[in-house]
Design a protein around this ligand. Structure first.
Ligand SMILES: *Cc1c(COP(=O)(O)O)cnc(C)c1O
Length: 461
C-alpha cells in the first residue's frame, strides 16, 4: 500500500475491534515468578489471594497458560464509550524533526480520566460487581488510576475508597475533585485511619507519602471491611492482561494498512501500559514469527529497570502484600517528590521483569527536563498536551527518530501516548520557569532501599 493512503489517524471500525485480551504469559518460555506468601515463602494460593482480590481476577492473575480471554460484553460496551483509541501517524512531528523515520502513537488520553487506566478499571470493577461485592479500595499516585476507578465504579454502582499519595492530594486538588464527582471517597496517605498509616507516620513524620505506602493502607482497609476487595492499577499480571486491548488495537490498525513496526516504545511505571502495548507483538517475537525492538522508558529519578535489583520484594511499603519477583529499588524507596507522577513506583511488573531479564526488551532512563522539552516539542506540532509520564516515551521516540535522521534509516516507530497532562500544569510551570531539576539518586541514595529487600535463600543475586 502506498504511503499516501495511510491516514493521519487510523481508526478501527466497530466490527474490527478486538473482542479478546491477549495473555503474553502463555507464550513465555520462562514464566514470571509466582507471588509468594511473605510468611511461608510458598507461592500464594488462589484462596489466599481471594482474601485481597476478586475471585475472577485471582484466576486471571494465576493463569499462565490461556493465550486469549474473551472480554465480557458489558466491558466491551463500556470500551465503546471511548474506544477505539486512534493510532496517529505523527506526520507533523516527523516533518519538524526532518526524519525519514515513520512515527505512530497510540493515544489513550481520550477519556475523562485522561489515561489508559480506564481499560483495567472497568474490568476490575466489573468482576467485583459480578462477585456481589459492596465496593473496592485502592491507592492512587498522580490520581489517574483513582479517577479511572471512580468512573468505572460509578458506572457499575460500586463504592470506591481511594488512598491518594499525600503530595498528589495536596498538589492536585482538581484530580481529587474529579474523583469525588464520580462518588469516590478520597483520603490522603499516609493517614491515621489505618494501623499501617499510623506506623509509617511514626517512622517518617511529615512524609509526603508514596505509592507503596498508599497500597498498604488500601489493602488493610479492604481486608478488614466486609464486602470489600482491593484493586490495583498496574504491576499485576491481570492489569497487563486488560491493558492488552491497547496492543491488540494497535496491531489491528497496523495490520489494516500493512505496516510493520520496527521499534515499540512505552513509558514504564508499574509496566501496565507498556506491557499492554507490546503484548501481542512480544507474542510474535516469542513464537519466532517476527522481531521487534521494545524499549521501556523510566525516569532517572526512579530507575527500577536500569538500576534496580531483580529479586523478590514487597509490593508495598507496609510489607502487607505478597512478595513479587521484579526489578525493584526496594519497597522502602521513597522517590523524591518530583513530577514523574505515575512513574514513581519502586517495582515493576513481574511479567515485564522476566522479559527484560531474558533480554527480550530494553530499558532506558531519562531525565526530567529533557522529558518536558520533548513534551513541549510534541505539543507544539501535534496539538495534544501530553502527560509527563507519556512524555518519557515521546522523548525516546524522538531520540530514535533523530538517530534515523543520521543513518538515513526509514524505521517505523510506534509509541504509547498514555494520556493528557492538563492536571500537571505545575510541572509544566516549573519547566517553563526554569525551576525544574533533574534529580538522579546516587548509588548511596539507593542502597538503603536495596538493604530492605528481604533476604532468604535464592533471593538477590
Ligand atoms: C499511570 C500512568 C502511567 C504509568 O503506569 P504503567 O502501569 O507503567 O502504565 C503512564 N502514563 C499515564 C498517563 C499514567 O496515568
Amino acid at each position: 500500500m502506498s504511503e499516501k493512503t495511510i491516514p493521519y489517524k487510523i481508526y478501527l471500525e466497530e466490527n474490527e475491534m478486538p473482542t479478546q485480551w491477549y495473555n503474553v504469559r502463555a507464550d513465555m518460555k520462562n514464566k514470571p515468578a509466582p507471588l509468594l506468601n511473605p510468611g511461608t515463602l510458598q507461592p500464594m494460593t488462589a484462596e489466599e489471594l481471594g482474601a485481597v482480590f476478586c475471585d475472577e481476577l485471582v484466576k486471571q492473575e494465576l493463569d499462565n497458560d490461556t493465550a486469549y480471554i474473551d472480554i465480557p460484553q458489558e466491558i466491551l460496551n463500556f470500551y465503546k464509550m471511548y474506544r477505539p483509541a486512534p493510532l496517529v501517524r505523527a506526520y507533523c512531528l516527523e516533518k519538524k524533526l526532518d526524519t525519514p523515520a515513520k512515527i505512530y502513537y497510540k493515544f489513550e488520553g481520550n477519556n475523562t480520566s485522561g489515561s489508559h487506566k480506564l481499560n483495567s478499571a472497568i474490568a476490575q470493577a466489573y468482576y467485583a460487581k459480578k462477585q456481589g461485592l459492596k465496593g473496592v479500595t485502592t491507592e492512587t499516585g498522580a490520581g489517574q488510576w483513582g479517577t479511572a476507578l471512580s468512573m468505572a465504579c460509578s458506572y457499575l454502582d460500586l463504592d470506591c475508597k481511594v488512598y491518594m499519595v499525600k503530595c498528589s492530594y495536596e498538589q492536585k486538588p482538581f484530580r481529587r475533585e474529579v474523583m469525588r464527582t464520580y462518588g469516590a471517597s478520597v483520603t490522603p496517605s499516609p493517614s491515621m485511619d489505618t494501623e499501617v498509616g499510623k506506623k509509617i507516620l511514626a517512622e517518617h513524620p511529615g512524609t509526603s507519602g508514596s505509592l507503596g505506602c498508599a497500597i498498604s493502607e488500601a489493602v488493610e482497609v479492604a481486608t478488614t471491611s466486609e464486602g470489600y476487595r482491593y484493586v490495583l492499577g498496574s504491576v499485576l499480571n491481570q492489569v497487563l492482561l486488560h491493558q492488552s486491548i491497547i496492543g491488540m488495537e494497535t496491531k489491528a490498525a497496523l495490520d489494516k494498512y500493512g505496516i510493520t513496526a520496527d521499534i515499540i516504545i512505552g513509558c514504564a511505571g508499574g509496566g501496565s501500559n507498556l506491557g499492554g502495548l507490546i503484548s501481542p507483538f512480544m507474542g510474535e517475537k516469542l513464537r519466532g514469527e517476527k522481531d521487534y525492538q521494545f524499549i521501556a522508558v523510566e525516569p532517572a529519578s526512579c530507575p527500577s529497570f536500569t538500576r534496580g535489583k531483580f529479586a523478590y520484594d514487597f509490593c508495598d511499603t507496609g510489607m502487607v502484600c505478597p512478595l513479587a519477583k521484579m526489578y525493584t529499588l526496594g519497597s522502602g524507596f521513597i522517590p523524591s517528590a518530583n513530577h514523574a507522577g505515575g512513574l514513581r513506583y519502586h517495582g515493576m511488573s513481574s511479567t515485564l521483569s522476566q522479559l527484560y531479564a531474558d533480554g527480550l526488551m530494553e530499558a532506558r532512563s531519562v531525565e526530567q527536563t529533557a522529558v518536558f522539552a520533548a513534551a513541549e516539542q510534541f505539543a507544539r506540532v501535534e496539538g495534544i498536551l501530553p502527560a509527563p509520564e507519556s512524555s518519557h516515551a515521546i522523548k525516546v521516540a524522538i531520540d530514535e527518530a533523530l538517530k534515523c535522521k543520521e543513518t538515513g534509516e526509514e524505521k517505523t516507530i510506534v509509541f504509547g501516548l498514555t494520556g493528557t497532562g492538563y492536571f500537571d500544569m505545575y510541572a509544566y510551570e516549573a519547566f517553563h520557569d526554569g525551576t525544574m531539576t533533574d534529580y538522579i539518586p546516587t548509588d548511596a541514595d539507593l542502597q538503603p532501599g536495596f538493604d530492605a529487600i528481604p533476604r532468604f535463600p535464592g533471593n538477590m543475586m
